[in-house]
Design a protein around this ligand. Sequence first.
Ligand SMILES: [Zn+2]
Length: 449
Amino acid sequence: MLARNLPRPVRRVGSHVLKRTYADLNAPAAQSFKVNSDRLWNDIHHTAQWSSPNATTEAGGLSRLSGTIEDKMARDWFHDQVKSLGAKTYAINATGSQIATFEGQDSSVPPIAMGSHLDSVATGGRFDGPLGVIGALEVVRSLKQQGGKTHAPIALINWTNEEGARFFPPLGSSCVYAGQSTVDAAHESKANNGSGETLGAALQAIGYVGDGPNTFQDFPMSAHFEIHVEQARTLETAGKPVGWVESWQGISVFELTLRGEDGHANTYAMHGRRDTLVGASKIIAELDTLAYIADGYTTTTNIQSGPVGSCNIQSWTKVVFCLMHQQLAGLEGMGSQIAAKARSIANMHGLELDVKRIMHLEPGTFWPEAIDCVKRACGDRGIGAKTLTAHDSTMTTLVCPTAMVFARAKDGISHAAKEWTSKEDCAESATVLGKAVLNFDQLLKNKSA
Ligand SMILES: [Zn+2]
């Protein structure tokens, strides 16, 4: 394992002192590696055509929910690309993830994987997810063109339902891969709009339930690397196009259900009403305040109530919200504080309350030797950063060495049509991804020598 903070060596040549940078520590194969920026940029925009015409996304955005026809089109394109690149194997697993492998010099070594997601949120941008998959594809193309063969095989993965925008929970396939869920549970993932549709049925309908490997045990990887847009302004503020991601913020998602009493909206006396939407609105306001007190983040992401109609007091309400914090103690403290507030508000309004934590990801750090590969690949062009949200990599890191590459995001915006990463920064992040993989490959080669 390489030390996390390697000293900057000084090379003396004659009487001159040449300062070496971190980038000089890249593996020989990584030093001259570079992707084709035109090809990468064209593919990002070419694949953005598969976007729902019904979505409210503004021009330039992307709406490609998991398991939709647009998702199928993007998947089919990915299939064609890996096939034409000469993938040694190609498989679709039970949760719809597409996994392609490319030969290395030693097929007994588990592959080094690069992956992300082609699905988007309903009102998304073109870079969150696609840059990770298409950037990885571009790395394989460029490697092939530059004639180098890696020691370990390479895997390319398009993970299913990373966003969780249509079906809950997010990280739908990578959490099965990491042993945090099961294929059955992933298939049962329910639509957030309350329609009763499931991820399993949607994948079946587009022909993307396959018999490929589902878990780390079925398909071990030597490492997993992922490019993602930063979704914050650390890189932009520092004037750096790329970054190595050291850690992630913890996330808890809660589902809260309130039950009150039916009644006429116009005639029921105000005093004594058991209106669940009034209770829910007070809880939502408390959630917003809590983020400032606890120095975390809170967001209410879904509200449903009924009975539907213009003259019914809302006798049931379901609210889904997430809490985010850099520290585990902070995250858990926020969870218990909002649960206590919700209880007192429910009592005040005579409401039954049920609170369930439906997802929990503790904050953590990626693997030092994988981070180091990205850090050397970035050299002086990058800085260390942390991600404020979950990614497929926050699942793979539970089972194999994992690290992420950040690409500078304009104004830190994501999950919006305004999401933007320049052509140069996209290319630089993909070049860093390729160099990081080659650096890791060198570690594997050294180990087996
Ligand atoms: Zn993403």
